[in-house]
Design a protein around this ligand. Structure first.
Ligand code: ARG
Length: 354
């Protein structure tokens, strides 16, 4: 019995289930959906919709589900459809019919909006730290090579003398701008959509300030219809990831050129390059090449998301389920790239003689 099939006489076609399901990728939202569910249960208790005893049992059950997820013990099926329905099924298995009460006064529409926002905020904070470390790394290199002369180019032609330190500093400026954008983006998404329910709120007297507070948001969102339809914060996040990706692609292009035998400006450490089985003289700058290549996918992800949003009427549409794979992909790849670029640059040998 699905959460939504009260009015349906027969089960959906198995291919409908397959096409409809997001569980294979939105399972990543589980810890965030559990967190939001616990805040919701607390708000329901506060509104006297749940007794203290009921809310306590529900919270213990929800915490247990998260624990099992962290230990890799959660099994799910296409029929679960999405992470929200999976959590409710598991909760009902644990605590009985009471488990269904967790859905009082909410809809999957405000649930998914909240869980995705919590995921994004969490991952962007980590990305912020990585970006700061990367900027530090570029800063150290700019000081280290403060007086090592090299040719500055326009049109990739030697134009005026500069230093390698100056070159590093130019890249540092790009990433400082990205960091500022990230800060603004985190600030503007700091509002809690939970309590918006399907689109027009709920008749239960839920204190949305309390929910927002428990989840660490500055305030609740202002309009419930906008709240369940808003994917702007994902567009913002994807744009920033794309811009970081494009900046990494630019520096990668130069590192690839510098690493060629013709230039012989740098030697990359073995840990951050690969060789060729039949041409042992080669040392390929794969990380830089992949960063250049993956930036194309990030541009694609941003384009996909904007195109997905543009034709949708208010409020929630199932199209929005398509927001997650791009979001996860761009954030994960940007983070991993920064985590690799720091040691790759720190261990690279710059042939300052040349
Ligand atoms: N899996 C859905 C998503 O990611 C959850 C919301 C579904 N809501 C609905 N009323 N069908 O968007």
């Amino acid at each position: 019995m699905k959460l939504w099939n009260g009015r349906f006489g027969i089960n959906s076609d198995s291919k409908t289930d397959m096409y409809n399901a997001s569980i294979s990728f939105d399972i990543k939202l589980l810890p965030y959906d559990v967190k939001a569910s616990i805040a919701h249960v607390t708000t329901l208790k506060q509104a006297n919709v749940l007794t203290s005893e009921e809310s306590e049992i529900l919270i213990i059950g929800l915490e247990k589900i998260n624990e099992e997820y962290q230990n890799g013990q959660i099994e799910f099926f296409v029929e679960d459809e999405d992470v929200h329905m999976l959590i409710e099924r598991l909760l009902t298995l644990k605590v009985g019919e009471l488990g269904k009460k967790v859905h009082t006064g909410r809809s999957r529409n405000d649930q998914v909006a909240t869980a995705t926002r919590l995921y994004t905020i969490d991952k962007l904070h980590y990305l912020y730290d990585c970006l700061e470390s990367w900027i530090d790394c570029l800063d150290q290199q700019s000081l280290r090579y403060l007086s090592d002369i090299m040719a500055g180019c326009t049109h990739l032609q030697a134009a005026q003398p500069i230093t390698l330190g100056f070159w590093f500093d130019a890249y540092k400026q790009m990433f400082i701008r990205d960091l500022q954008k990230l800060e603004n983006c985190l600030d503007s998404m700091n509002q809690c959509p939970l309590g918006s329910a399907a689109l027009a709120g709920t008749s239960y007297p839920l204190d949305r300030y309390l929910t927002a507070n428990i989840l660490g948001f500055k305030q609740p969102t202002a309009n419930s219809m906008d709240s369940v339809a808003d994917r702007d914060y994902i567009a913002d996040s994807l744009y920033i990831c794309t811009l970081i990706g494009v900046h990494l692609s630019k520096i990668s292009e130069e590192l690839i050129i510098f690493n060629s035998q013709v230039y012989n400006y740098i030697t990359l450490d073995d840990r951050y390059s690969t060789g060729s089985s039949i041409m042992p003289q080669k040392k390929n700058p794969d990380i830089a090449e992949l960063a250049r290549g993956k930036s194309a996918r990030m541009i694609g992800n941003l384009t996909q998301l904007l195109t997905m949003i543009k034709g949708t009427p208010l409020a929630y549409n199932k199209d929005f389920q398509e927001d997650k794979e791009s979001l996860f992909d761009s954030i994960e790849n940007t983070t991993l790239a920064l985590e690799l670029f720091i040691p790759m640059i720190e261990t690279a040998k710059f042939n300052t003689e040349k």
